[in-house]
Design a protein around this ligand. Structure first.
Ligand SMILES: Nc1ncnc2c1ncn2[C@@H]1O[C@H](COP(=O)(O)OP(=O)(O)O)[C@@H](O)[C@H]1O
Ligand SMILES: [Mg+2]
Length: 176
């Protein structure tokens, strides 16, 4: 699905998947915000995609949707950044596994379970690098480069919570 048919092109494959195109940075942020608005403490959003596909951009939108007002920067050198939106909104843990050599082992050593099974929302860049150390259920988001300004975004819900979330997101973002 790399053909550009516009934002209203939202193929509904089944209740667990959603595939669409973002046409700009602004749109990716806005779509992230539409998702962020729906998140609850404990939710885990896994982002996969090559460098420059917009993972951080989407995470910034999610933070915005959660009510974070500080600028959200790439956590590449820090592994995890913590943001506190005004209560009652959950804390955002923005995690990046890019720099971990052996992500699965190091995530254990670094105590990532505290983030992954805590009360906050986790948004994880390069999640594919730590797949085995991640919770069984999550919203898996794959981003791909289509052109200089276009990105393909595929979302897969794993588990009932995320099936519901994905349906809510589809309504919130696309009105269908
Ligand atoms: N539709 C789009 N969505 C997101 N980013 C885009 C888009 N079009 C161009 N870009 C550019 O791609 C880059 C994405 O960067 P970033 O979000 O840091 O990616 P990643 O975290 O995946 O490495 C930015 O330079 C941004 O301006
Ligand atoms: Mg990034």
């Amino acid at each position: 699905m790399t053909e550009d048919k516009g934002e209203d092109m939202v193929p509904i494959l089944d209740e667990y998947t959603l595939d669409f195109i973002s046409h700009s940075v602004v749109q990716t942020r806005r779509l992230g915000a539409r998702l962020g608005e729906l998140l609850r403490g404990g939710d885990v959003i896994c982002l996969e995609g090559e460098l420059g596909t917009g993972k951080t951009c989407l995470a910034q939108g999610i933070g915005h949707g959660l009510g974070v007002t500080e600028p959200i920067t790439s956590p590449t050198f820090i592994l995890a950044n913590e943001y506190h939106p005004p209560p009652p909104n959950p804390v955002l843990y923005h995690i990046d596994l890019y720099r971990l050599e052996d992500a699965v082992r190091e995530m254990g050593d670094l105590g990532f379970e505290d983030y992954l099974y805590g009360d906050g929302v986790c948004v994880i860049e390069w999640a594919d690098r730590g797949r085995e150390a991640l919770p069984a259920e999550c919203l898996w988001v794959s981003l791909r480069h289509l052109s200089e300004t276009k990105r393909g975004i595929s979302m897969t819900a794993i588990g009932e919570r995320y099936r519901k979330l994905l349906q809510e997101f589809r309504k919130n973002a696309f009105g269908v």
